[in-house]
Design a protein around this ligand. Structure first.
Ligand SMILES: Cc1cc2nc3c(=O)[nH]c(=O)nc-3n(C[C@H](O)[C@H](O)[C@H](O)COP(=O)(O)OP(=O)(O)OC[C@H]3O[C@@H](n4cnc5c(N)ncnc54)[C@H](O)[C@@H]3O)c2cc1C
Length: 554
């Protein structure tokens, strides 16, 4: 039974990438009151602040990381995969890799073509720009003055330059800005790092406005149910943990779920909004039969192609023995040294087949031997090329394990259910091997550790992928926005069939965009904040993109 009640105009569940943007933008109006419920804490540890802390944050389930797992994956030898997710201020932006990518322009034009008015590239570009402050200055694609700081990494280790040269030698274009004129190519990543500090959504959007009298952020507040009366969301029940008192917070205007792609559908289901038959099986009263809540899960599956390194230049040698604590101390006291960056400075967006209108794979180069999300510590020098498929056909689900809000949801991404997905992943291994065999990497490259020289045929590569592929952390689509009646939310992200309830986070993306998902989630929240405040949409802005890539856009 609920013990206490407070009332605000808006109640936001989740202080992650989307939730922080909404908290900031909605509370800009001093006449409006906003509450944010966040299950985690303030995330003010050194590891969160220091970009080089990323490996430990991802590897360790704990205060900043929910550390979920998938159900056994049928097409991956029934393996259970690790699924880190951010917890606390900043959500996943507090533990993510800090790669700043928007996806391909055509991804958004495709949303518009699906009937989602206002979501084409020209519609969303102004919101990407409003969010951004790029250290390089403004151009047709980038802006200055926004809260989210984007910078280029330092030149970094020689491996990054060598990799880009190797890509060129393999016949791929070089791209200086994957968010600019041409996504396709090999090039440097731009990073959400501000002056050597992780620029999470909390640092950029929440911390600067935390003293506003009309904004209240409640930490250790795990939402368990949306309170609905007469088909209208009127508040949220939450508590600090299992067995702790349940409290209620009421929303005069709207409840907004920003719990992310696993937990927003979970909360809808717990609130009786979802497939009626599934809810009945768990004795959850059906408030609204919405069969597609929790469906349409898409994620980027990834493999790590690993090479030994001929010289002691990788993170292994750089952090050996006492060097790692020294890096931490140097950063803590002087904000200098190797702690200032994420050590993820180069990558690629490539096509596995010439006839494609957009790159279908993405590469991330890490100057370290990366195994099992860094949970297996490197024992030698080496480098890893992550390869993921950008637009999988496979679709999975998020379901309830029980009606207990503290039980993790059942996450089934159903990876590699489609032949196209299996072929693309296989091709991605061959593309990486092609790049890594070029002369530019000769000085650095030792023997291939994974998959290993003996893995050559299609069948051998497929078997290796089944036994080793993992997520690269971009789940979306579980509360998809759609123009059709079955879509759980409409193009204004209102939950269909109910009043006063929106979902605003990565779960609303109808299709996975071609790239990392933090900046797109922030863009979505920026755009919705305008809409909710009754402001006109920012004027559409087109920016040129490479003609061959645009040819297929209507
Ligand atoms: C390890 C990792 C690495 C990544 N690397 C990159 C990268 O380099 N670049 C990039 O662009 N993207 C990256 N991503 C993806 C990107 O960070 C996410 O897509 C994005 O942050 C999602 O934002 P969101 O608002 O949907 O959810 P989140 O940011 O995950 O926020 C959800 C918030 O809701 C809270 N919450 C959940 N349920 C409840 C509840 N019941 N009650 C109260 N609070 C609740 C959570 O604690 C969390 O704070 C990465 C993600 C991860 C996990």
């Amino acid at each position: 039974m609920a013990e206490t009640e407070a009332r605000f105009d808006y109640v936001i569940v989740g202080a992650g990438s989307a939730g922080c943007v909404l908290a900031n933008r909605l509370s800009e109006d001093p006449n409006v009151t906003v509450a944010v419920l966040e299950a985690g804490g303030k995330n003010n540890s050194l590891l969160v602040k220091m970009p080089a802390g990323v490996g430990q944050l991802i590897a360790n389930k704990g205060v900043s990381n929910w550390g979920f797992e998938t159900t056994p994956q049928k097409h991956l030898d029934n393996r259970i995969l690790y699924q880190p997710r951010g917890r606390g201020w900043g959500g996943s932006s507090a533990i993510n890799g800090m790669i700043y990518i928007r996806g391909h322009a055509r991804d958004y034009d495709q949303w518009r073509q699906m009937g989602l008015n206002g979501w084409g590239y020209a519609d969303v570009l102004p919101y990407f720009k409003r969010a951004q402050h790029h250290d390089d200055g403004a151009d047709a694609w980038n802006a200055t003055g926004g809260p989210l700081c984007v910078s280029r990494g330092p030149p970094g280790d020689p491996i990054y330059k060598a990799f880009i040269q190797a890509g060129r030698q393999a016949g791929f274009p070089v791209t200086r800005d994957f968010n600019g004129y041409q996504q396709e190519g090999v090039g440097p990543y731009h990073l959400t790092i501000r002056d050597g500090e992780r620029c999470s959504a909390a640092l950029s959007y929440l911390a600067p406005v935390i003293d506003r009298p009309n904004l209240k952020v409640i930490t250790d507040a795990h939402a368990g149910r949306v309170i609905i009366e007469n088909k209208k969301a009127i508040g949220v029940e939450f508590s600090a943990g299992p067995g702790k008192p349940v409290q209620r917070v009421l929303a005069g205007r709207e409840v907004i779920l920003s719990g992310g792609a696993f937990q927003s559908p979970q909360l809808l289901l717990l609130s009786g909004i979802g497939p009626a038959d599934e809810l009945r099986k768990l004795d959850i009263p059906v408030v609204h039969d919405a069969p597609d809540v929790g469906r349409n899960l898409q994620d980027h599956l990834d493999v790590c192609i690993i090479y030994e390194m001929t010289k002691p230049l990788s993170m292994y040698s750089k952090t050996k023995g006492l060097k790692q604590p020294m890096i931490g101390l140097q950063y803590m006291f002087f904000k200098q040294g190797a702690g200032r960056t994420n050590h993820l400075h180069a990558g690629a967006f490539l096509k596995t087949r010439g006839e494609l209108d957009r790159p279908d794979i993405q590469l991330h180069l890490v100057n370290a031997v990366m195994r099992d999300h860094a949970r297996i510590k490197p024992d030698r020098d080496g480098f890893t090329v992550h390869a993921c498929q950008l637009r999988p056909e496979s679709r999975g689900t998020v379901k309830l394990a029980s009606r207990n809000p503290f039980d993790a949801p059942l996450i089934d991404p159903n990876y590699l259910a489609s032949e196209v997905d299996r072929r693309t992943m296989r091709d991605s291994v061959r593309v990486v091997r092609d790049i890594c065999s070029q002369d530019a990497l000769k000085l650095h490259r030792g023997p291939e550790m994974a998959p290993g020289a003996e893995v050559r045929t299609d069948a051998e590569i497929d078997a290796w992928i089944r036994g080793n592929a993992e997520t690269i952390y971009h789940p979306v689509g579980t509360v998809r926005m759609g123009a059709d009646d079955k879509a759980p939310v409409d193009e204004q992200l209102r939950v269909r069939g109910l009043d006063g309830l929106r979902v605003i986070d990565a779960s609303v993306m109808p299709t996975l965009i071609g790239g990392n998902t933090n900046a797109p989630t922030i863009m979505i929240a920026e755009k919705l904040a305008d809409l909710m405040r009754g402001k006109p949409a920012l004027p559409r802005q087109d920016a040129p993109i490479a003609e061959d890539e645009r040819a297929a856009v209507a």
